[in-house]
Structures are given as C-alpha cells and as structure tokens.
Design a protein around this ligand. Structure first.
Ligand code: TXA
Ligand code: MG
Length: 321
C-alpha cells in the first residue's frame, strides 16, 4: 500500500488541483469528484485495475454497473448507439443530471466490469465546471458511482466523501456543495422507442415531457431495470419513519413546507422541491449524526418530489445489517 492511498489528498478546483486529479486518474488511482448531482468516485473507465479499485473502495457488489462520464457528445456516441429518443434528451439536458442507458458499440474499449457484463452502458455528461475541466484534461471516459460506501447516504460535500472513504481513495477534488443534490435521472428506451425512467433523479418526468411530448413512466419490464436499485439504500444508521406530520418521542424530525414548526431540520420551509432535493442528503447526514430515530414530513409525489421520495423510501426500507 502506498502512502498516497493511506492518506487521501484534498484538492481544490484550481488548474493545479484539476491537473493533479488528472495525473492520479492517469496512473490508475481514484479521485472523488464534484458533480452537480452528488460526488462521484472517479476512475479510468478503460483501466480494469482502476475499475476494480472503485468496486473495492465502495464495497460495491460486482453485479451493479457504473455510470460512464464523458466530456463530449461525440465520446458518448462512439461508446454506444443512442437512438432518437436518447439523442433528443441528450440535446436538451446535457450537460446535466441525466444518464442515458444505450447499447454498447463494438470496440468500445471500456473495462468489462464497468457494465457488469451487460450489453448496455449508462452514460452521463455532467455540468459541474470542475468535473468538466477534469474530464477534458484527462481526455478519457471516467467511471464514477456515487462516492459513498455502498448502501450508505450519498455525498454532496467533500466532507461527506472524506467521512466515508478517507484512506481508501487517492484524493477528493473539492468543488463545494452539489447544487442539485440527488443523483441523475436514469433513462432507458423500451421496444417502441419510448423513454422509461430506470431511476428518478435530478431531471423530472415533467421536464422531459416538455421535449418528448409525453410523461416518461417508471420502467415496468423486468428486463430493463437499473440493477443497483436495491430496496434498502441511502441508509442512515438510525431508523427512518416517513410521512411524519409530527415528532413522536425523541425522534429527529425533518420538516418540509410551512407547517413544520419545531422541526429539527427543514428540507425547504416554503415547500420548494428543488431546494429540498439540494439539501436532502446533507440533512440526512446531520440527522443521522444525532444518533436518534429519524422522522420525515410528507413530500409531494411530483416533479423533484419523485426523486426525493424514492431516496427516502430506500432510506426507510428494512435492511439486513
Ligand atoms: O448523479 C449520478 O448519477 C451520480 C454521479 C456521480 O454521476 N452517480 C451515481 O452512480 O449515482 P451510482 O453508481 O450510485 O448509480 C448508478 C446506477 C446504479 O443503480 C446502476 O445499477 C445503474 O446506474 N446502471 C449503471 N449501468 C446501467 C445499465 N447499463 N443499465 C441499467 N442501469 C445501469
Ligand atoms: Mg449510489
């Protein structure tokens, strides 16, 4: 084990920091990077050893494929066959919080473990300036799952990453708090070419309806799902109770909207779903640190509320450990 792996470097988003991050990626090392959604644990998607190290650092099961991040649309179309629906969505929402699942092209060159043996790949072109600068300087596709130990709360600050992965990765590139705050929306297409939602995220179905002419629905078919969508995920150590209109006992109560006077934390006092999404994981991290059961006020099931409720349901789901 090298000294570099024992002590995780904290890099800033200056040209020097970006350049250091790129050097680490080039040598097969891992760097946690800011994106507009959550921090990602980045490694060279073409380097099998780097990809293996991503799974090891997170303790992630090998059957759960990674998202490949690219700097340009051309790189995406060289890796996978994007159909008309995917191209339309990419045109409107890239760079941004959207991931597209599409069939791999022959000669894609990605390490096989990235896609967990599937014949499709999940692609994203992120918007965060530091992520874009690093992808441009590195010049190769980057595999990056969320930068948290598998199954735990996703990181939206460099401090969250350090708390979960310090000593297990070479560096963290600090790009501040992630503005969207929930992971990207994952979209696949069904047999008829319609977009289906594999994971709710930062781009809402209502936003996509504006360009598609229909509201994309959650995937129904067992053949198109995001394999990583385990029931229990984003799990705090504490128990989580949902749709809690008030606190019971010594619960930490997380409010939403103006009717939550006395809440310990509030996702958004005026009921703004974008603000609630951007604060969700940071508040879950803080609430969990108090070591008491957590209760969360109801959040409406539309727009970004779909992604928020998805994460909350997984946080509340029964776990094995
Ligand atoms: O916003 C995000 O998407 C963040 C940032 C870092 O980009 N990344 C992220 O990665 O959330 P991760 O690994 O935590 O979640 C990726 C999800 C998993 O549920 C995985 O199963 C799914 O993407 N996925 C990856 N490749 C897939 C594929 N070929 N088909 C279907 N689902 C796929
Ligand atoms: Mg994740």
């Amino acid at each position: 084990m090298t000294a570099e792996r024992d002590q995780t470097e904290l890099l800033d988003q200056t040209p020097a920091g970006i350049s250091r991050a790129s050097t680490i990626l080039r040598s097969g090392g891992l760097v946690a990077i800011p994106t507009e959604t959550v921090y990602g644990l980045a490694g060279d998607a073409r380097n099998p050893a780097a990809v293996k190290a991503i799974f090891a650092a997170k303790g992630r099961p090998a059957h759960n494929p990674l998202i490949v991040h690219v700097a340009h649309m051309d790189t995406a179309t060289a890796l996978a066959r994007l159909d008309d629906t995917a191209r339309t969505l990419a045109h409107h929402f890239w760079p941004g919080a959207l991931t597209l699942v599409a069939p791999l092209r022959d000669g894609h060159g990605l390490a096989p473990a990235v896609t967990a043996g599937l014949d499709t790949v999940a692609l994203r072109l992120p918007a965060h300036p530091a992520a874009r600068a690093l992808l441009a300087e590195f010049g190769r596709p980057v595999a990056a799952p969320s930068a948290n130990p598998s199954g735990q709360i996703s990181p939206t600050t460099a401090a969250h990453v350090m708390a979960g992965l310090s000593g297990r990765i070479a560096a963290v590139l600090d790009g501040g708090a992630c503005p969207v705050g929930v992971e990207s929306t994952i979209i696949g297409t069904d047999d008829t070419g319609r977009a289906v939602v594999l994971r709710a995220g930062g781009i809402s179905p209502e936003m996509m309806a504006g360009v598609l002419g229909y509201l994309p629905a959650p995937a129904q078919s067992a053949t198109i799902t995001a394999p990583g969508q385990m029931a229990s995920h984003y799990a705090p150590r504490a128990s989580v109770r949902l749709n809690a209109a008030k606190r019971t006992g010594h619960e930490v109560w997380i409010g939403f909207g103006p009717d939550c006077t006395g809440a310990d934390f509030t996702l958004s006092e005026n009921g703004d779903l974008a603000q609630a999404a951007s604060q969700l994981f940071a508040i879950l991290h803080k609430a969990d640190a108090l070591g008491r059961p957590i209760a969360v006020a109801p959040v409406p099931e539309h727009d970004l509320g779909l992604a928020i409720n998805d994460r909350l349901r997984r946080a509340a789901a029964p776990r094995d450990t």
